[in-house]
Design a protein around this ligand. Structure first.
Ligand SMILES: Cc1cc2nc3c(=O)[nH]c(=O)nc-3n(C[C@H](O)[C@H](O)[C@H](O)COP(=O)(O)OP(=O)(O)OC[C@H]3O[C@@H](n4cnc5c(N)ncnc54)[C@H](O)[C@@H]3O)c2cc1C
Ligand code: SF4
Length: 355
């Protein structure tokens, strides 16, 4: 019986899953589509991480160091192109820089992650592709990583900045009814970073309702208001139009029940999470069920968040739905234990819903 676990995706989930497999005495093959490890936080140049403002770079370096282990075979620029067999003995085809190869593995962990919602899709009213000063959370992260925040159109510091929450999430019209879970915290964190860099800049967050999970409430939301004077406004933004070289935001202040028209220098769209192309592709190749949004289905939830519809194939991180890093890392450890148990023929019964 092959003793190896195949981990697909070298983001936080895949790195932690591979590290955990090795830590409990197993072997792993870690395949990553890109030429570097680190996942979306690396690809999108995240700056500081919620909730403690630690450096994303340091956190990723630590995760990458965890897979420098002889029990982990890291394959960059590699994709899974085929899979057959069943729990305990899968045969997978891999395509990488050295050409095609075939491996026998006992279990598989899918960690192919998410992609940011494209704000040009069906939400044209925000003018993302029209106005250079309308940006997204990851666009803002890129600037903040360089310790700067400017109006892209002029290179000057903005006098005021607005965040618009729930762009591409909680939106029935586009079929993404779910909450993306991290964007309220990430917007508040970025608002704090902007206020630290530019104390004269006014920062507003326009929300439907703020969703700060667990300790993020106390560690980000209240400091944003009390220490950094970020202004939260409950409202709906319906349109952004250019006016006199600035951006006119139109909508409704729902607390006051009155129309809203304000001029801004920069508007940040808090885009949500969607399944990555890789998550959709890999689901098809492995034959695991996806939920209605395209994320990998986890039929054993809530008690078993890592089993998929196929015995011996597990999922970790944002491939299974919107997740912060804490959820991602916790899930990766659990998926690794379950995968090693499957390889050793000690897999607990698949959850009833998955059988
Ligand atoms: C703007 C923004 C800011 C955020 N900031 C924070 C924060 O401050 N704190 C926090 O806790 N969380 C934050 N998050 C959430 C965090 O990014 C996720 O929790 C985390 O990235 C999930 O890790 P993952 O490994 O599951 O997915 P990803 O990071 O998306 O990694 C997936 C990996 O799989 C690879 N891959 C995809 N398809 C294939 C394939 N077919 N074959 C091989 N490899 C493949 C990808 O290249 C990538 O390396 C933020 C999210 C957003 C949207
Ligand atoms: S975390 Fe906040 S911004 Fe993101 S979808 Fe949920 S409520 Fe909207």
């Amino acid at each position: 019986m092959p003793e190896t676990v195949l981990v697909i995706g070298g983001g936080p989930a895949g790195l932690e899953a591979a590290r955990s497999v090795a830590a409990i005495g197993g072997r792993a093959i870690l395949v990553e589509r890109r030429g570097v490890l680190g996942g979306t936080p690396d690809e999108s140049s995240y700056a500081a991480l919620t909730p403690r403002m630690g450096s994303a770079q340091d956190a990723l370096d630590e995760l990458r160091a965890g897979v420098a282990d002889p029990a982990i075979d890291v394959r960059l620029e590699t994709l899974v192109t085929g899979c057959s067999g069943s729990v305990g003995d899968f045969s997978v085809s891999l395509s990488g820089p050295g050409g095609e190869s075939s491996e026998r593995v006992g279990a598989i962990v899918v960690a192919t992650g998410f992609q940011h919602f494209d704000p040009g899709r069906e939400t044209q009213m925000y003018g993302y592709y029209e106005y250079p000063d309308v940006i997204t959370l990851p666009d803002a992260e890129k600037m903040l990583k360089e310790h700067t925040f400017v109006r892209p159109s002029t290179g000057e510091p903005p006098r005021n900045v607005a965040f618009i929450q729930c762009v591409g999430s909680r939106d029935r019209r586009i079929g993404n009814e779910y909450c993306s879970k991290v964007c309220c915290g990430v917007a508040s964190k970025e608002a704090i970073e902007i206020r630290r860099l530019l104390p004269d800049t006014k920062v507003y967050i326009f929300y439907i309702d703020m969703r700060m999970y667990g300790y993020w409430e106390n560690e980000i939301y209240w400091p944003a208001q009390e220490q950094y004077n970020v202004t939260y406004i409950r409202g709906i933004v319906t349109e952004i139009v250019g006016k006199d070289g600035r951006l006119l935001m139109k909508g409704e202040d729902t607390t006051m029940g009155r129309p809203l028209e304000v001029l801004m220098d920069v508007i940040v769209l808090s885009v949500g999470m969607e399944p990555s192309r890789g998550t959709r592709d890999v689901a098809g190749i492995l034959g695991v069920d996806q939920n209605k949004y395209g994320f990998i289905a986890t039929p054993g939830e809530p008690m078993d968040p890592v089993s998929t519809s196929v015995p011996g194939i597990f999922v970790a991180g944002a491939a299974a739905g919107p997740k912060d890093l804490e959820d991602t890392i916790g899930m990766a450890g659990s998926a690794a234990i379950r995968a090693v148990a499957a390889v050793r023929g000690q897999a607990p019964a698949q959850p009833a819903a998955a059988r």
